[in-house]
Design a protein around this ligand. Structure first.
Ligand code: LLP
Length: 415
């Protein structure tokens, strides 16, 4: 069953919007990513419908899908951006995202990147350590300007998600430990080159449980009140992203749920609140289309695909499941199979004991769903493999929005 309403069988053939994916595969070559423009716009609309009425600002987490065509949709909708590198800054600006809507996160910002961001007059730096604060102070002094800063705390809230995408617990490299917060604040307040905007946090990704957000908001509200009593004006809270999407089991975390928690826990303190959704704006808009190369007999059989872990890393890194759809609709019996790629690694496994049509075999095409986020952006060229193309469909038209990077292209960069 298609998870996204923008994917459907028409006359037994899988379509993304109005585009026949098998026809597209014939022109683009497999494997490839395909995104629906309407699906992204629809996700943006639901996000805005939940957050706009409360005045909560939305900063798209560029890392989820940094293709310029995707970023342009965010810019056109008036969204800001959450970036983590000078590279993402360049992309966000190139796509037309307004600088004052850009928040710069990440634990390892370098002086050069800070300088670029200050020159571009971005809206806010989310600072994750005292040495980082000192470096930013120096760069701002050199450039004769003032950097707007939010202190990202490590709230020690367990987001109840996969351990590899949990960020707000003790022992995590992210955020300023709560017991160093006052020292960091003092450093901001005494510098003429830093301006305090408020507090920030991000507790993890693919979060389906609303309770960690409530715990986080309560903690941030408590800290705000404590600091205000000390005379420190906290006007702004950045809650990060992490809103979970449906990877086939029907579970999601609705934007409205998060908005309601913010309304109850933070807005009574007259705080301006921001969120940084990445996955929830793009995951559902994408599929990765791949062809079966072999069906290898075993119990259960292996379906060896032309896509590998270098193209879609999430299953290998997080045991993620991207539910599979055959491009040709099958009514017949479904059986178990292990879906694997061609890469020489045991972790090159998309899904063990996946349910597939009994007749699925060599030459057949399949689509991995929910592949719009943390998919193409995380792909690589291991095993001498191409960087696969990205396509965007709109109605019955399609456009290659990143061309294939072949080994010939790559070898040109080498001696
Ligand atoms: N803000 C900050 C500071 C972040 O670190 C992240 C994601 C986000 C916002 C956006 O989170 P989202 O709304 O997309 O969950 N590669 C992993 C996910 C890594 C998330 C990293 N940080 C995956 O494929 O599941």
């Amino acid at each position: 069953m298609p998870v996204s309403p923008f994917i459907a069988y028409r006359n037994g053939r899988l379509h993304h919007e109005e585009v026949d994916l098998e026809q597209l595969a014939a022109t683009v070559g497999t494997p490839f990513y395909c995104y629906s423009k309407a699906a992204i716009q629809s996700a943006i609309r639901s996000c805005r419908a939940a957050f706009d009425p409360l005045g909560i600002s939305i900063h798209y987490a560029v890392k989820a899908n940094a293709n310029l065509s995707v970023l342009r949709l965010m810019a056109a909708a008036g969204l800001g951006a959450d970036i983590v590198s000078g590279g993402e800054l360049a992309r966000a600006l190139q796509a037309g995202i307004r600088p004052e809507g850009i928040v710069f996160s990440g634990v390892g910002k370098q002086a050069r990147e800070m300088g670029q961001a200050l020159a571009a007059a971005i809206g806010q730096f989310n600072i994750e350590s005292i040495p980082e604060l000192e470096l930013l102070e120096g760069v701002a002094r050199e450039q004769g300007c003032r950097a707007a800063v939010a202190l990202r705390v490590n709230p020690e809230v367990n987001a109840n998600t996969h351990r590899n995408i949990t960020t707000g617990v003790r022992g995590s490299k992210f955020g300023i430990p709560l017991d160093q917060l006052d020292q960091a604040l003092a450093a901001v307040l005494r510098s003429p080159h830093l301006q305090l905007r408020g507090l920030a946090a991000h507790i993890g990704s693919q979060i389906l449980d609303e309770r960690p957000y409530r715990a986080l908001c309560r903690l941030l509200a408590r800290e705000t009140l404590r600091l205000r009593e000390l005379g420190v004006e906290i006007g702004h809270i950045d809650l990060g992203g992490g809103f979970g999407v449906d990877y086939g089991d029907g579970r999601t975390l609705a934007f409205e749920t998060v908005a309601a928690i913010v309304e109850q826990e933070l807005l009574p303190l007259s705080l301006r609140v921001a969120v940084e959704p990445g996955r929830s704006l793009v995951a559902g808009a994408g599929v990765m289309v791949s062809r079966v190369i072999y069906r290898k007999a075993a119990q259960p059989p292996f379906l060896i695909l032309d896509a590998g872990m270098n193209d879609l890393m999430r299953p290998a890194l997080y045991q993620a499941v991207h539910p599979l759809l055959p491009l040709a609709q099958h009514e017949a019996t479904w059986v178990m199979a292990n879906l694997v790629g061609p890469v020489c690694e045991s972790t090159d496994l998309f899904q063990r004991d996946a349910s597939v049509p009994a007749s699925l075999g060599a030459g057949d095409l399949v689509a991995f769903q929910q592949a719009g986020a943390y998919a193409a952006v995380m792909s690589g060229t291991y095993n001498g493999r191409d960087l696969i193309p990205e396509v965007m469909v709109e109605g019955d038209t399609s456009r290659v929005i990143r061309r294939r990077l072949s080994q010939v292209d790559l070898m040109e960069l080498e001696l």
